[in-house]
Design a protein around this ligand. Sequence first.
Ligand SMILES: Cc1ncc(C[n+]2csc(CCOP(=O)(O)OP(=O)(O)O)c2C)c(N)n1
Ligand SMILES: [Mg+2]
Length: 432
Amino acid sequence: MASAFSATKFTQPLPVNTISSGSQEKNFLFDPVKNSPSFFGSARKLRSHKLNQANPHRRYAIVSVSDVVKEKKIKSSSSPLITKEEGLELYEDMVLGRAFEDMCAQMYYRGKMFGFVHLYNGQEAVSTGFIKLLRQDDYVVSTYRDHVHALSKGVSARAVMSELFGKTTGCCRGQGGSMHMFSKEHNVLGGFAFIGEGIPVATGAAFTSKYRREVLKEANSDQVTVAFFGDGTCNNGQFFECLNMAALWKLPIVFVVENNLWAIGMSHLRATSDPQIWKKGPAFGMPGVHVDGMDVLKIREVAKEAVGRARRGEGPTLVECETYRFRGHSLADPDELRDPAEKAHYAARDPITTLKKFMIEQSLASEAEFKAIEKKIDEIVEDAVVFADESPLPPRSQLLENVFADPKGFGIGPDGRYRCEDPKFTQGTAHV
Ligand SMILES: Cc1ncc(C[n+]2csc(CCOP(=O)(O)OP(=O)(O)O)c2C)c(N)n1
Ligand SMILES: [Mg+2]
């Protein structure tokens, strides 16, 4: 097969299971266990290997640890990875994420939400697998695909839905909208619309915890920060700068890449010189991990190690979760670009169905218990919509709160009146 860089290839999306490097091709991502055992790495535990004797210039050998999950014999009924209560909690959180997002789609198309709305369907195992292990005072930083991270962290469905409706009862009093979920109470430090913007904020939060603990001697300041972002974001400079600082200062942070193979319409394989993102961890002196992002139990095992490491003061970890979004990039995307075979492949690995199947096989829960959870979640989501719909819109006086620049010339004219009250405001170019 020709190189990926030949003219004909370059105009077509690359098949998802192939990466090309010159004339060499390796199977990748589509069926990684079967086709590329080295991609999954060895069964070594999460650790950085000191000095490679053969190559003294390389400080750390490359480590991949997702096989740690296999060591725990996921299929063995004698040592189940989870208790019934834990499994049901994970199931409930993923169902909440899915049902909430499906409802968002309905509400968006009914005109209840404004601007771009990016849904998380398909990726739930990543949010649930990491965030359900965290404490309330741990920090989470997200992207514009942030509703489900906020829900997993404990922000109520009412507060997230109201935020999406632009109502005062929203977690940002209706001023943030879909891409800017924030909650001081739950230490959700935001969704960020600019890709990569959240990574330095997360690095700063991790620095704060460490500084408080080590310099200010606040013994209980052992919070861990988890930063979520996409594959496309890993080609952004802020990612590299923050990996460097986090490793240098051994910050209590986990960088979680949700590699859904696409950045809007750009294939990860076409855009990235080395698509194995986890390898960038060891390049900075921290463990790099690849994990099946459609399996919440595998993610949870990796998360336990990475979060534990951070909490113990052993420094950062980079985790690449191979996942997939079941819908278009945003609700404005007709999603006609991606190969139906690729979509079908990942649809068959739906993380919610996978967990349910596992728990039934292990006799950890019955069909009726799952049904009861689904019913409860439907009611929570319905209630969130009614609550959001009935909540008041913010008063006009809220419009320029927290705007630190002089608003004159922008929202307020020299006479102190809002320009948007000018009857001609919506016609032609506003006279600013
Ligand atoms: C700094 C910046 N550049 C460009 C964009 C436009 N943009 C929005 S989403 C996106 C793709 C990001 O893809 P990825 O990081 O893989 O996240 P995903 O949408 O797949 O979750 C881009 C380039 C942006 N938001 N911010
Ligand atoms: Mg992506």
